[in-house]
Design a protein around this ligand. Sequence first.
Ligand code: SF4
Ligand code: SF4
Length: 425
Amino acid sequence: MSEDYKSMWESLELDLKAHDALLEVLGKGYQDIYLAQKNRPEGMGYFDFVMSEVHGLRIRELLDEKAAGQKVIGSFCVFVPEEIVRAADAILVGLCAGADFAGEEVEKLLPRNTCSLIKSAFGFKLGKVCPYIESADMIVGENTCDGKKKSYEILKDLVPNLYVMDLPQVKSAEGRALLKAEFVRFKEAVEKLTGIAIDAKRLKKGIEIVNNKRKAIYRLSSLRKADPPSISGLDALLANQVFFYDNPARFTESVNKICDELEKRIENSEGVFPKETPRLLLSGCPMAVPNWKLPWIIETSGAVIVGEESCVGERGTRNLTDDSGTTVDELMEAIIDRYFQVDCAIFTPNPDRLDHIVEMVEKYQANGVIHYGLQFCQPYLMESMPVEKALEAKNIPTLRIDTDYSMEDVGQLKTRVEAFIEMLK
Ligand code: SF4
Ligand code: SF4
């Protein structure tokens, strides 16, 4: 890494030694998991570059944008409305992390039985290795699961700029009213942070930017219906992960370019795996960078992942926001309508998610579903049981996997996944 980056990381008060160690592990993991794949689309070169510069060039860009007056807002959840952030010329970045870090320090603040996603976010902060959280002018914590909402009470003492957004847990009129009140309050907070009054023209522009990136990633998802598969699940997951970090216009263009390439591959029946490779849908908790363990196990065990029913996947990206309104009120209502459809397991009851899983199985012609639950994640682990029951009632084979970010269970998981794939053949 260049000296230039070193001084940039120093200016963000990162722990350089720990950060170097993290980048080394990340680079090695990327090499072994991503670059070892065969027949990848050429367009993935863009994502390889993004990943190699995820703590370098992208942070340099964010700091340049900050120097030019733009604000950076960090978030842990797909409920934070990016349209409102973009409307104020601000930048939204994902802060969820997908690797264990500073475990001992974390367990001084959080109970051991907290999910890896929350522990990891704390670990990256306490270990001083995340340039995104250190670049953020505002960090949004949302009241979704109990683990997150209680951990924000602790996080507020670790960061100077935590903003807590309340969220409904029931899809009722009262629930929608709460979401509306919270989105209006968030809009006001973003206006205060940026000094920009969000009018209808700005809101429309914000909606357009975010719709375009959702359309591009959705186009990529749709191309995964093909057999032979033209892109691996690992590569498609990576595009979904980069969705949360990249410059949106550049991301949209790069994803569309890959889609053009995939369309040609499909026309020529060119696949990344042979025809009739068993096809699996992944459903459950979100997978943040560099959490590639389970997809890697699946795709090195003889199957291909054809879709992610996840917030880093279709749950987070599938619905567009109606941009036909002409006033701030109309456009805000459209944004609220769009987000109120997100079927996170924190909602009770949550039948839409089950319908969506079945819809995805049919759309992508999946032979089975692997439900991925992080240990100690009550909402998704609880919901995995009715999901399994309902899928099996429709003769859709399902495997429930509960795991964490450690690599200790790789052998055991591989045995279970291989047996499941064998059964599908
Ligand atoms: S799973 Fe729920 S809490 Fe997590 S990012 Fe998605 S919507 Fe937010
Ligand atoms: S994985 Fe589960 S427990 Fe962890 S933050 Fe997400 S919803 Fe909460």
